[in-house]
Design a protein around this ligand. Structure first.
Ligand code: 3PG
Length: 307
């Protein structure tokens, strides 16, 4: 009987856990839960007899896999899998999957919500600005980017996108103008919303060269990963461009400098919380549980990311 462990520092909503448990137990598997653990040792202990793992941004390092001799599958309930050591997983024959699209609406709603919040001066009563008629560049048109574009359209924003991996026609049918380079995207967009993963090609790729191309009253919106931003360049933008603002659900390492020097030009949520809704937890968590059952029962490897 496979043992399936949910290991989440940032727990799912209780209703999601309940429903995941039901799927696992209905399949005749053993269910275990480790939430809000304080260090990697606690995680290593818990994985010792696990055959399958459901995680969020939890760090699944070589060490953790070493401590889990029975582990056959890790499902990241969410989109980004930069928290999992794919190379080691592949070497050990461990299948890694994500659950693409399952939490994208939550992230997209937060991106637009934060944009309104800062454009309205954090609701302090002073006159702000509207999103209607402003340009928005969607940097990568995956599940979240697409949903951001869809909601932004409702606000009456003018939409641009750059994504070299998606056919132009597919994006254009959403009424979004496709541009040919990241440079062009930043040049044409007063708002840029980031939806690229963090990997060796993208880390620190959002730099001064791109940001400095943004027109006046520029706002960068980051619900992706903090590692994709070149923070020295970010600070340079703040210093040189009094019109520049930055919004994120993952505070940068340099957040204290920004808070001290540019208090009105940023907003960061206290914790990464793009995907923190009951709906997103249910969608992603249940998808993860079903993928695990289908993997054990039918050998289904749809959504495997370490092929
Ligand atoms: C993702 O990659 O799916 C999002 O960043 C959400 O991450 P979380 O599950 O850790 O909140």
């Amino acid at each position: 009987m496979p043992k399936v462990l949910i290991a989440t520092v940032k727990p799912f909503a209780p209703i999601a856990v309940e429903q995941i448990k039901k799927i696992i137990e209905n399949a005749g598997y053993q269910f275990a839960l480790l939430e809000k653990y304080e260090n990697q040792d606690a995680l290593k202990q818990a994985v010792a007899d696990a055959d399958a793992l459901i995680v969020r941004s939890d760090k699944i390092t070589a060490d953790v896999m070493q401590a889990a001799p029975k582990l056959k599958i890790v499902v990241r309930a969410g989109a980004g899998y930069d928290n999992i050591d794919l190379k080691t997983a592949t070497e050990k024959g461990i299948v890694v999957m994500n659950t693409p699209g399952q939490n994208s609406n939550a992230v997209a709603e937060l991106a637009l919500g934060m944009m309104v919040y800062l454009a309205r001066n954090r609701f302090n009563g002073k006159p702000g600005t509207e999103l209607k008629g402003k340009s928005l560049g969607v940097h990568a048109y995956g599940h979240v980017g697409r949903r951001v574009a869809e909601i932004a359209k409702g606000f009456g924003m003018e939409l641009f996108a750059f994504d070299p991996f998606i056919p132009k026609e597919e994006i254009e049918k959403d009424g979004v103008t496709v541009v040919d380079s990241a440079e062009e995207l930043y040049t044409r967009s007063q708002y840029v919303s980031l939806h690229i993963p963090a990997n060796e090609h993208t880390i620190k790729s959002i730099n001064y060269t791109l940001l400095s191309k943004m027109p006046q009253n520029a706002t960068l919106v980051n619900t992706a990963r903090k590692e994709i931003i070149d923070e020295d360049d970010l600070l340079k933008m703040f210093e040189e461009r009094p019109d520049f603002k930055y919004i994120s659900d993952i505070a940068p390492d340099c957040k204290d400098v920004i808070a001290e020097k540019y208090p009105d030009r940023y907003f960061f949520t206290p914790k990464k919380m793009g995907a923190q809704t009951a709906e997103a937890n249910i969608n992603a968590g249940l998808a993860a549980a079903r993928q695990i059952v289908n993997f054990f029962e039918k050998g289904d490897r749809t959504f495997q990311v370490n092929k």
